[in-house]
Design a protein around this ligand. Structure first.
Ligand SMILES: Nc1nc2c(c(=O)[nH]1)N[C@H]1C(S)=C(S)[C@@H](COP(=O)(O)O)O[C@H]1N2
Ligand SMILES: [Mo]
Length: 319
């Protein structure tokens, strides 16, 4: 297919506000954030996560927390400390360089070993699949972490529509290639475009989402606008940004990071405090916004949900 990189002017009357795509419950939650503390206080019981008691929620900025009651990082932190090598390797420089990236129009091609290949416009994806909030921990392999209130939909719901064939065993993802808008893609040190992959059962897991926004707002460019993968039990680099291609394949796909550093983490890259990175321990991590370090949890705290996917596998070999 051909990619149209030039932006097409859209009449303002045709632009659907992102909040309209959110489920009603999440729209209310997002409204609590956008409207500020007064609105939040006025409807606290219905707009905060049920796991956080009202008294505690008021101590958490925006009242958002994950299921372990770890408060969400601020919008400020989440959008100003990023890994996005297509722009720069400087985490605090991504936000500025990403401003001229234009995520509209956008299509995602879903193809390969499927009965019903289809190219989706971003608006299709937003309207066909209810956008719901998922507050997840994100653990970077560099040993920092954040809690991020994503909005998006399960990858499983999209894959079910295209009907993977019985030969499909893995999913391969690819980031857009636009060196004119992404100065880092002119660097010869990386094999662009960024690619990642999951085993099909990992891709179909309910925790695996395609995120289209955060804090009830459309996805900021620096976080992977307009759509990126989020796989919360794996190191952050598996959660590929600004996706344009999703291919169902029979063999384990290659990934950008396995090409760059084949002796570092492998295809699975599950968060595991017991398997150190070749150059540093993974036993603890630094939560952005906190002092000191905290212990890293097996599968980033999602072991109950995902450990069965790896039953019988030696995780010190398949890491
Ligand atoms: N295309 C692309 N996706 C990417 C990256 C990247 O450089 N390019 N960095 C990864 C890494 S290392 C991490 S930790 C997360 C960071 O996501 P965030 O900036 O939204 O916190 O994005 C991942 N996805
Ligand atoms: Mo990362």
């Amino acid at each position: 297919m051909t990619h149209k990189f030039k932006s097409v002017p859209v009449k303002s009357s045709e632009i659907t506000p992102y909040s309209q795509y959110l489920s009603r419950r999440d729209f209310l939650k997002a409204a609590g954030i956008v409207g500020g503390a007064a609105l939040l206080a006025a409807c606290a019981p219905s707009v905060t996560e049920s796991t956080v008691p009202e008294s505690e929620a008021s101590a958490i900025p925006g009242g958002k927390a994950d299921e372990l009651r770890d408060p969400a990082n601020s919008y400020e932190d989440i959008t100003n400390y990023n890994n996005y090598y297509e722009f720069t390797t400087d985490k605090e420089g991504v936000a500025r360089l990403a401003q001229k990236f234009n995520p509209k129009p956008w299509t995602v091609e879903v193809y390969g070993l499927v009965n019903k290949p289809k190219t989706y416009g971003i608006e299709d994806l937003l309207s066909r699949f209810t956008q719901e909030e998922r507050i997840y921990r994100l653990r970077c392999v560099e040993a920092w972490s954040m809690v991020i209130p994503w909005t998006g939909f399960t990858l499983a719901s999209l894959l079910k529509e295209v009907e993977p064939t019985s030969d499909a065993k893995y999913v391969r993802f690819e980031t857009v290639y636009r060196p004119e808008e992404m100065p880092g893609q002119k660097s010869p040190f990386y094999p662009w475009p960024y690619q990642e992959g999951l085993r099909l059962d990992e891709a179909l897991h309910d925790l695996t989402i395609l995120a289209t926004g955060l804090y009830g707002q459309p996805m900021p460019n620096q976080n992977g606008a307009p759509i990126r993968l989020v796989v919360p039990w794996k190191y952050g680099f598996k959660s590929i940004k600004s996706i344009t291609k999703i291919e169902l394949v029979a063999e384990q796909p290659t990934t950008l990071w396995s090409m760059v550093g084949p002796n570092e983490y492998g295809f699975y890259s599950n968060v595991n405090p017991e398997v150190p990175h070749p150059r540093w321990s993974q036993a603890t991590e630094r939560r952005i916004g906190e002092f000191g370090r905290r212990p890293t949890l097996m599968f980033n705290g999602y072991a109950e949900e995902v450990a069965h996917l790896y039953a019988g596998m030696d995780l010190s070999v398949y890491y």
